[in-house]
Design a protein around this ligand. Structure first.
Ligand SMILES: [Zn+2]
Length: 175
């Protein structure tokens, strides 16, 4: 999923948490920035890794166990200090794991290795073609990317997910 769409999806998660989990959360600027930032943060690995696009999920940043461990630790600290379960740690865990679920659904050239670093096999909802991600996403010219985009947009369900989920998130946020 596109990083920006991850950020927008975070807005819907924030609203759902505000309504159904705890009134500790709100649509204030603080929580909006928190939601967008931590919904996008796993994609940081594509910035510093000079790797091919097909390899950009091969890092701790796209490993569920990493975010689960970090989020649980923050939650534990919040429980011990503030006697509070639903704080920053809960949302942090939710946003980062939701990112990975969205990447699993929209995976085309790189999937999610659910047990990384213990098991490196990547999984995806739809069949992947990693060979089409055999280019540098930031530096490659358009003609190199073309085959990848053609493949990406050949799946209408996936395209609908990529467009409708962020769009629905924005609508939910403003309703
Ligand atoms: Zn990602």
């Amino acid at each position: 999923m596109h990083p920006l769409n991850h950020g927008l999806t975070g807005l819907a998660i924030l609203v759902l948490c505000e309504k159904f989990v705890s009134d500790f959360y709100s649509r204030s600027l603080f929580w909006i920035v928190f939601a967008v930032l931590f919904s996008m943060i796993p994609d940081l690995d594509s910035v510093w890794k000079p790797a091919l696009i097909r390899d950009h999920h091969k890092s701790m940043f796209h490993a569920p166990l990493f975010w689960l461990g970090l989020g649980s630790s923050i939650m534990l600290i919040e429980i011990l200090i503030f006697n509070q379960v639903f704080g920053m740690g809960f949302l942090f865990t939710l946003f980062t794991l939701a990112h990975l679920v969205c990447d699993y659904v929209t995976a085309r050239e790189a999937g999610i290795a659910w047990l990384y670093p213990f098991k490196k096999k990547e999984y995806s909802l739809f069949p992947m073609r990693p060979e089409l991600g055999d280019f540098d996403f930031i530096r490659s010219p358009w003609h190199v990317r073309k085959a990848y985009y053609k493949f990406y947009f050949s799946n209408p369900t996936l395209v609908a997910f990529e467009i409708l989920v962020p769009l629905a998130s924005v609508i939910i946020f403003f309703v």
